[in-house]
Design a protein. Structure first.
Length: 359
């Protein structure tokens, strides 16, 4: 039987280039939980409900709609990390009055800088999510000479706008939605094509993706350069892009099957990427049914766990006292597991099942 048990010798070794994973630096172990709040409003009672989370990603308009609620989170849990959420790739259309900053930005782009909207070769608006318009994050985006900003494209302007918001001392970091480095997937199965440089012709997909990646890297780099290293920069999609500027990545809908290897719904690829990303990996499960699957997977490698979106429900599993880990992840046939002082976690990715077992 012992010959069937082995340590993960390739990607599963906790080494010096994966700082923080598998280490607790003498502190008691606790489950690292994330709240993902994309509503633009938050009541004081809701702030109290969110306060116990380790890390709270929250839509930026809350700073203007109800700053007192954000401050309340910090009062109740000074250790919580408050992360400003925005989606620079899309604006709602129309934008509601409960999103005053996005409404201001959308109006400004529409009236003064329309070429910052992402277009198709036919001249129409590029659309990903219904009810939203897309912005041109590529390095090919046209520039405008804007007083106080200089000659800037959309990402350069947006980075400066965000930095003025992120200057508020309540924020511990920034989270970029749609933080992947390519965009050709949008119309990959369609005759419609993107025209990011506004020359009236379809962009070559490889060139487009390269320009998109460059634009997003430039955007994130401006934020990184302007803030000290303690300020956290996160983005969604569990890819390995932009890790020179990002602190971590958010795996939306864990496990994800679009990152490479699709075995067991992409679970193995997710874990491989997470090891390279480091301790600010966040596994988000979409529903309660996947809670223990996602939680056990996160506990294998000391990652964070998020449950759903705009979710005020509290889960007893997030308060389990497992004690410190007493070993690295192990594998027995199709079972992946890790021992803790007061329990054990098990994952069967082939069955999309996980367990957190308390002794």
């Amino acid at each position: 039987m012992k010959t069937l048990i082995f340590r993960f010798l390739l990607i599963w070794i906790f080494s010096s280039n994966v700082s923080g994973f598998g280490q607790n630096h003498g502190q008691p172990y606790s489950i690292k939980s994330v709240e993902y709040w994309t509503y633009p409003v938050l009541t004081l009672q809701e702030a109290k409900d969110l306060a116990p989370y380790s890390l709270i990603i929250i839509e930026l308009d809350n700073l203007f709609n109800n700053r007192a609620s954000l401050a309340r989170i910090k009062e109740l849990n000074p250790q919580a990390k408050l992360i400003c959420y925005s989606n620079p790739m899309e604006f709602f259309s129309p934008v509601g009055d409960d999103r005053p900053i996005q409404k201001k930005w959308a109006k400004l782009v529409e009236e003064k800088y329309p070429n910052w909207q992402l277009k198709t070769a036919a001249g129409g608006a590029a659309i990903f999510w219904p009810g939203m318009i897309m912005l041109n994050l590529s390095a090919a985006c046209p520039t405008y000479n804007i007083p106080g900003y200089g000659q800037v494209n959309y990402t350069q302007w947006m980075a400066q706008e965000l930095l003025s918001i992120l200057a508020d001392t309540l924020w511990d970091g920034y989270y970029m939605d749609n933080g992947g480095g390519n965009i050709s997937w949008l119309y990959q199965e369609s005759t419609t094509q993107i025209d990011a440089d506004n020359n009236g012709r379809p962009d070559d997909q490889a060139v487009l993706d390269s320009l998109w990646s460059q634009g997003i890297h430039d955007f994130l780099s401006q934020l990184r350069t302007a803030r000290d290293l303690d300020f956290l920069l996160l983005a969604n999609k569990g890819s390995l892009e932009f890790l020179d500027v990002l602190n971590g990545r958010f795996f939306e809908g864990f496990s994800c099957d679009y990152l490479g290897d699709k075995k067991d719904g992409g679970w193995h690829q997710c874990l491989a990427n997470a090891i390279k990303i480091g301790p600010l990996t966040i596994f988000q499960v979409k529903n309660d049914e996947d809670l223990e699957y996602g939680l056990a997977s996160a506990l294998l490698i000391d990652a964070y766990i998020a449950i759903g979106q705009d979710n005020l429900r509290h889960y007893p599993q997030l308060n389990y006292d497992l004690g410190k880990p007493v070993g690295v992840p192990m594998k027995l046939n199709n079972l992946f597991f890790r021992e803790f002082e007061h329990g054990r976690v098990e994952v069967r990715p082939d069955l999309r099942q996980g367990k957190v077992i308390l002794h």
